[in-house]
Design a protein around this ligand. Sequence first.
Ligand code: NAD
Length: 311
Amino acid sequence: MPDIVISEFMDQDAVDAVSQRYEVVYDAGLVDRPEELAGLLAEARALVVRNRTQVTAALLEAAPQLKVVGRLGVGLDNIDTAACKARGVAVCPATGANDLAVAEWVIASAMLLFRLAFSARAQVIDGLWPRGACMGRETAGKALGLVGFGNIAKETARLARALGMRVLAYDPYVPADDPAWAGAQRFESLTALLAASDAVSLHVPLTDSTRHLIDAAAIAAMKPGAILLNAARGGVVDEDALVGALRSGALGGAALDVYEHEPLTQEYGQRFAGLDNLILTPHIGGVTVESNERVSKLTMENVVRVLEEGA
Ligand code: NAD
């Protein structure tokens, strides 16, 4: 039976390195075969997951020897952290290792949406040459409103400033005297931030207090024609309200990397059909070739540290 079970994709070099010292089962399809996963955990001391494997109290029951859950990323909403704590199971996110990837996704999406650069492909192919409809806006000088001012938001702010954007942020949990505010204008009200921003980017965890934080009322507070970027968690945005605002033209565009229900089914995806001002990606904001290597290496270092400390 394995010491370490890995249930979602990761960098093969990191798997190979740890396999020299531990019995490892690496099967990126295990996330979709929960009963098999539970069976493999009978004697395992470490479980490594991304964001899809549901680490529930029931799964922990099936893993009596478990010492550590390594998270290939940072959001912990798929892990019952209270149940882990109660059983003495350490939970180790790969903090910092994919911040740059998410920040670049935000900036690239914002630039494409401001510039209307992605919408003309079919018309150009059809020989329609839509120059007037494609006259977009520049990114420099625009106000980027960050909801949440943690690690990824700060990295996004760094890139935005380099492009000449003005950075605004709302995060009531970052004290007013935190040196990080030197790079951003601090807002004490979410509504005021939304009203002042040309682009709003979300960087909060999904919790009871952030679920549907961006609902119809919040969208109505945004500037007409502003854009919304969500590479945080799907449940933070009320998707029905967002789709309505895009269809009515109240918002200028949006980019979504995360969804209320993942992975999207074909049926569920139809709610977004026909919206030209919407960029959709399959939860890859934090996943690049480079970040996959960094995240995988850091996760395995975290897991091995716990296993060796506990040996
Ligand atoms: P972080 O913990 O460093 O920052 C989160 C910030 O949100 C904290 O500063 C916290 O004070 C703030 N916050 C919490 N509740 C808030 C509220 N109600 N209003 C305003 N601010 C609030 O986390 P991070 O590393 O910056 O990651 C942010 C989120 O991005 C993660 O929780 C995860 O869900 C998501 N994420 C997505 C991807 C992806 O691939 N799309 C990759 C990595 C992380």
